[in-house]
Design a binder for this molecule. Structure first.
Ligand SMILES: Nc1ncnc2c1ncn2[C@@H]1O[C@H](COP(=O)(O)OP(=O)(O)OP(=O)(O)O)[C@@H](O)[C@H]1O
Length: 299
């Protein structure tokens, strides 16, 4: 059984696009990243999964249960961090945790205090006095405190400083070891790279790619920089170029294909110098952000 499963899920806001025909599965115990530019549909997908929005068509299941008809049963198995957190400001953090613990069986407030210590959050303070990043920690702890099987986190690291991000990622890795499934959205490909087993890319409401991190690292891509004394002849077309940047005396591109094929093409070019290196995930994915969905099938 998949932990999360979306089948042709569509959500429209009246006539406006939300998400269209989104289908993918997340396995149990997987860390799954969900990335895309502003307005792509990440929050709409997440909010539909959590039954805050009613799907226009299609279905979604979490732990085999339909997210609409079995929403109530699912609630205690899911930890959710919204992209923006709002609280009753005059409560103390510890009071909020005690209050939240009341919604779950057992005493999860003790676990909340342990998490607060780990994330260096002072629980004696009033919520209104906390900085943005510290409020985010409150949200993270609320999502984690009842030790749910599924974590759905909407841009969890926005506002966390680098040290906190790394403590938070360590925590997520530990949870994965215990079998927790983690689904999180992000704008930051570099953090997806650090943490995820797979990543889905969404743009203009549609899924455009799901990639396995290991495959991305399997040397399918090269970043090539050619340097010329004279100008690059722009009429020359190379196979396998995903994204290019031409300056007066250089030609830089991301190549997707067999390295041998790249080298065979390069021997015919009169360059003065060449560097070939591994591109970052950002560089590989950037063309998806820039081009229309479906236009490029390089990955
Ligand atoms: N309440 C709403 N009413 C109408 N349209 C909406 C509403 N909420 C979202 N949308 C539209 O749905 C689309 C997807 O938005 P969504 O917030 O899901 O994107 P996102 O990927 O989470 O973006 P961001 O990274 O900026 O948070 C956008 O075109 C947005 O304008």
């Amino acid at each position: 059984m998949n932990a999360i499963e979306l089948n042709h899920l569509t959500k429209r806001y009246g006539k406006a696009r939300g998400i269209e025909d989104v289908t993918f599965q997340v396995a149990q115990g997987e860390i799954f990243g969900f990335i895309g530019p502003n307005g792509a549909g990440k929050s709409t997908t997440i909010r539909t999964l959590l039954n805050f929005l009613y799907p226009t068509s299609g279905t979604a299941k979490i732990l085999g249960k339909d997210v609409v008809t079995e929403a109530k049963n699912l609630r205690q198995h899911i930890g959710y961090l919204p992209s923006e957190v709002h609280y009753y400001d005059d409560m103390k953090v510890s009071e909020l945790f005690r209050f939240s613990a009341g919604f779950y069986p057992g005493d999860s407030s003790k676990h909340a205090l342990e998490l607060a210590e780990r994330l260096q959050l002072d629980t004696s303070r009033k919520i209104e006095d906390l900085s943005f990043g510290n409020k985010k920690k409150v949200g993270i702890i609320q999502a984690l405190m009842h030790e749910p099987q599924i974590l759905i986190l909407d841009e969890p690291t926005a506002g966390l400083d680098p040290l906190m991000q790394s403590i938070f990622f360590e925590l997520l890795r530990e949870l994965q070891q215990k079998g927790t499934t983690i689904f999180f959205s992000s704008h930051y490909l570099s953090e997806v790279q650090k943490l995820c087993n797979r990543v889905a890319i969404i743009k203009d409401g549609r899924m455009i790619k799901i990639e396995n991190m290991e495959d991305l690292h399997a040397k399918k891509f090269k970043k090539v920089h050619l340097h010329f004394q004279n100008k690059w002849d722009q009429k020359i077309r190379l196979e396998g170029v995903l994204q290019e940047n031409v300056t007066d005396n250089s030609y830089e591109f991301i190549y997707n294909g067999h390295t041998r094929n790249l080298l065979e093409q390069l021997v015919n070019i009169q360059f003065d110098d060449v560097t070939i290196e591994e591109p970052s995930l950002e560089e590989i994915f950037m063309h998806y952000y820039e081009k229309e969905a479906g236009e490029n099938d390089g990955l």
